[in-house]
Design a binder for this molecule. Structure first.
Ligand code: 6R9
Length: 747
């Protein structure tokens, strides 16, 4: 802790020296947690800051942006300032500074991304920065290389180098572990301790024959050992493939065999919301399947309660039943006792793969997204630092699971490469009650909090008192990722959770993009509810018309593409470059196709409208389901909704709305009519929901995304083949929906 404080003080005095701001230091010390930045909503939902900002030192020194943004077209009007420095700034303080650097990043990407790479430590600094081709019609075809002759190690950059540069880093907390049961004794892990465990575990992997380039499947709960597993792979150059702990045995088997892993890292159990999840048994089941016959080693971390005799062990019934295959299964902690602590990091080429992460595709066969070493780390490291305005000493918490890209990029690699303190949260937002997030924020004095709209919507369905009874004074920045955040949820997050004082950083990106692409930069410019605002450095967006395939000039709405490569992007699909090109580069030759719709407004702000395949065509009108959902969610009684189409001879498609009501709202015919009316009022009289189906819940994937594929099948109706529903949080909801659907009854 002392070192943390030292860090903060050193930092403050550095800033103070450069900005001659000694007189504001006391304000900073005392007001960091109590300062107010008040936002007023105007009629058009724009937010203007009305009070002088005191919550961060730099804003105090520069003054906050009080004027509306002066961008008249999508191409940001150039500024008078150009970037003449030889390195990147520590933070982005204003829209002008952003514009100067943005111009540079687009006009001279080599120079910009060279400066970004200088933030990392390299064994050999690259002489070639960018070498990329997006056009599949060229002889070269789609081919993406960044820093191709550079040599570095990701684990070294996340751990060793902080200690090598400043020995006090070894005592700084790297990971704060918040267990599922709040009363379980938590342990904080310092950079020194994490490095020691990673080195040992890396030696365990080596002992079991894992070499550079080998694939290792990781199937772990949200515990510190998961970070150890990933960083150990990175240290020795093994390619990790994390499979989310909620996936079924057959899903894991499919992913183990697709990338041909011979080693699996797991845990005996996992805990979520007080329930025990038998991870090791699921691996046992998976490995009995023929396609996994190549797996020769399973390394098992132990999840126990240590000295917490007072905590009920939710796994106690199952502990005695663990299967153990001698010669294949090994306890990680025992193996770690047999190896030494010395494990030099492997020297990796910048384009060597770092990991594979499977994401769902439209065909049902998962896509093994491949990310590489140098570009990925440069990008996640820079985005983390700028977007969240991370200051030394800040405590940062992201509620994602390491099974998803957000967990990879913004729990582990982005934060640790910046010497941040990152919270690993094992639990769920609603256990033991719906105050959990905010209690954790208070307990660990979290300054930056990053979560998903689905969590926000589920929490706002309950009484505000579950939030307001907590302090949350430590919070400075709130982030959102994963889906469009409707303006009601945005406003609730901003005003109730953030006490109208924390900017909402709505970050748009994808597994394929590696890191955040369109986003506000904390405190640099004004926000609008439901807008991810502006592209990050090096990201040039382009809209296209879906039917004519012609480029559109903003302000406009269309299909979102990216014009040129950025270092964090996926290089390919594992052993399937052809599918990579087909899915992302064939629709609009020369562009990366995101699959998302987007509106770019007059001021250049981007609003993601949802997946483009989520568009209904009703009586000749294109209607984004996300738009209808937003309208339904605006209604005071609605917690959440999902809209899908079904075939209709007259109108082409009919509109079917699944609606989850808030705790205190009862379904009624009157409410049904009211909802239809408000959709018509909000979007237009051409938008008429045909069916309103009230339901207590929606079928969701473990990462919180609504599984529309299943909803579509229910309303078509074609319920004979629903496909795999084992990845849902609660598969039983599907039966309920089928039973109650007027379309299944009458079919
Ligand atoms: C990081 C992540 C990617 C898809 C993406 C889009 C949706 C993510 C969003 C958002 C609107 C945001 N999405 N962030 N939509 N606003 N801020 O979620 O990756 O799981 O691959 O999902 O999620 O549709 O295309 P991934």
């Amino acid at each position: 802790m002392t070192s943390l404080l030292n860090f903060v003080y050193t930092y403050i005095s550095d800033i103070a020296r450069s900005a001659s701001l000694f007189n504001t230091l006391s304000t900073f010390h005392t007001s960091k947690s109590s300062s107010k930045l008040s936002h007023n909503f105007t009629n058009n939902n724009e937010i203007h800051t009305s009070a002088a900002r005191t919550s961060t030192l730099l804003s105090t020194s520069t003054g906050f942006q009080l004027n509306p943004i002066n961008i008249t077209s999508y191409r940001l009007a150039s500024t008078n300032s150009t970037w003449n420095e030889s390195s990147l700034p520590d933070k982005i303080k204003s829209l002008d500074e952003y514009k100067a650097l943005y111009d540079l990043s687009i006009n001279d990407p080599e120079r910009f991304w060279k400066m970004a790479a200088e933030r990392l430590d390299w064994y050999r600094f690259p002489t070639k920065i960018k070498n990329t081709e997006f056009d599949y019609r060229t002889d070269r075809g789609v081919d993406i290389k960044w820093y191709e002759d550079g040599i570095l190690n990701v684990c070294y950059n996340c751990l060793d180098r902080h200690i090598d540069h400043d020995s006090s880093a070894s005592k700084q907390v790297a990971v704060v572990f918040e267990p599922d049961t709040p009363t379980e004794t938590r342990h904080h892990v310092t950079y020194g301790e994490l490095l020691r465990d990673v080195k040992k575990f890396a030696n365990v992997l080596k002992k079991h024959g894992v070499k550079k380039g080998d694939r290792v499947t990781v199937y772990m709960p949200m515990v510190v050992d998961a970070c150890v597993a990933l960083l150990a792979c990175a240290r020795i150059g093994a390619i990790h493939s994390v499979v989310f702990g909620g996936f079924s045995a057959s899903n894991v088997a499919e992913r183990i065999s697709d990338c041909d892993s011979t080693v699996v890292i797991t845990s005996d159990f996992g805990l979520r919301g007080g329930k025990c999840s038998p991870l090791k048994s699921k691996i046992d089941q998976a490995l009995k399947m023929k396609q996994c016959s190549n797996v020769r080693t399973v390394l098992v971390f132990e999840r126990n309660y240590g000295n917490n005799a007072d905590v009920k062990d939710a796994c106690s019934d199952q502990r005695g039943t663990l299967e153990w295959k001698e010669g294949r299964d090994f306890w990680a902690h025992k193996e770690m006792e047999t190896v030494n602590e010395n494990c030099p990091p492997e020297k990796m080429n910048a384009e060597d793969p770092l990991f594979i992460l499977y994401t769902s595709g439209s065909t049902g066969k998962p896509k093994g997204i491949v990310h590489t070493t140098g570009g990925y780390l440069t990008y996640t490291s820079l985005t983390f630092k700028y977007i969240f305005d991370y200051n030394p000493g800040d405590v940062y918490m992201c509620t994602a699971d390491i099974g998803w890209i957000t967990g990879h990029s913004y729990i582990i690699y982005g934060p640790l490469s910046n010497r941040a303190t990152t919270v690993v949260f094992e639990g769920v937002p609603t256990y033991p009650d719906v105050s959990r997030f905010w209690n954790v924020v208070d307990k660990h004095q979290v300054n930056i909090f990053y979560t998903a709209p689905t969590a926000i919507r589920s929490l706002m369905a309950h009484d505000d008192k579950y939030v307001t009874k907590t302090s949350r004074q430590s919070l400075r920045i709130l982030g959102s990722v994963g889906e469009p955040i409707n303006s009601e949820a945005w406003k609730w997050y901003h005003s109730v959770v953030g006490d109208s004082r924390c900017p909402i950083i709505d970050t748009w990106w994808q597994t394929e993009t590696g890191g955040v692409m369109i986003t506000p930069i904390a405190n640099a410019w004004e926000l609008e509810p439901s807008s991810a605002t502006l592209p990050f450095f090096g990201i040039k967006t382009q809209l296209f018309d879906k039917s004519t395939k012609k480029p559109l000039t903003p302000p406009n709405t269309g299909e979102l593409c990216i014009q040129d490569s950025w270092p964090g992007q996926a290089r390919s699909l594992y052993r399937n470059h052809e599918r990579f090109v087909d899915v992302y580069f064939k629709q609009y030759p020369g562009y990366y196709f995101t699959g998302d719709g987007c509106e770019i407004k007059k001021n250049g702000y981007h609003c993601i409208t949802g997946r483009v395949d989520d568009v209904l065509v009703i009586s000749g009108h294109n209607i984004g389901t996300a738009e209808v959902e937003a309208a339904l969610n605006e209604h005071a009684g609605v917690s959440e909704s999902a809209v899908v189409g079904y075939p209709d001879k007259k109108k082409n498609q009919g509109m079917y709305c699944f609606v989850v009501l808030k705790d205190d709202t009862k379904e009624s015919e009157e409410l049904r009519k009211d909802l239809i009316k408000s959709v018509r009022n909000t979007i237009g009289a051409h938008v008429n929901p045909d069916v309103i189906h009230f339901t207590p819940d929606l079928p969701k994937t473990r990462s919180g995304k609504i599984m529309r594929r299943i909803l579509r099948k229910i309303v078509e109706p074609d319920t004979s083949n629903l496909g795999d529903i084992s990845t849902l949080t609660d598969p039983s909801i599907v039966k309920e929906l089928i039973k109650k659907s007027p379309r299944t009854k009458h079919s």
